[in-house]
Design a protein around this ligand. Structure first.
Ligand code: IDP
Length: 139
């Protein structure tokens, strides 16, 4: 049984480049309902905690610097089979390998600055959503 919620962030590169509107349009056109959303900026501490699973990776400091350099849009999305369908909509981590028409193919620069986040499991979707939103902010 798969869950019906996922968590996303429109990352600082996509915000800087004016892509919030087109990305939200792709998300809602694909049938995802926004049930929580905010415009916010991560602290270094937030980013280190959010990406703690990657802390031993060589790109960790670069990732933390990137994710904290400007505002992001974070959101919880609802749809049947949300996690898998949203990963398909955003495309591969590396935009060079992402399928045509995916958000990363359209808007990402490279494997680091790749425009958007999507949870990789139902469990992580719940953890990541709760990291960004209180119960009162989810509708
Ligand atoms: P995902 O976001 O597609 O799930 P992950 O492997 O979980 O990919 O990596 C998390 C994030 O870390 C990526 O979205 C990207 O921003 C960054 N990242 C992953 N691999 C690299 C790399 O090789 N160099 C720089 N940044 C990377």
């Amino acid at each position: 049984m798969t869950g019906n919620r996922t968590f996303t962030m429109i990352k600082p590169d996509a915000v800087e480049n004016g892509h919030i509107g087109p990305i939200l349009e792709k998300i809602t056109s694909a049938g995802f309902k926004i049930i929580a959303m905010k415009y916010t900026q991560l602290s270094k501490r937030d980013a280190r905690e959010f990406y703690a699973i990657h802390r031993e990776r060589p790109f960790f400091d670069e990732l933390v610097d990137f994710m904290t350099r400007g505002p992001i849009v974070s959101a919880i999305l609802e749809k049947d089979n949300a996690v898998e369908d949203f990963r398909a909509l955003i495309g591969a981590t590396n935009p060079a390998e992402a399928a045509e028409g995916t958000i990363r193919k359209l808007y990402a620069k490279d494997i680091g600055e790749n425009a958007i986040h999507g949870s990789d499991s139902d469990e992580n979707a719940a953890i990541e959503g709760a990291f960004h939103f209180s119960g009162r902010e989810i509708y």
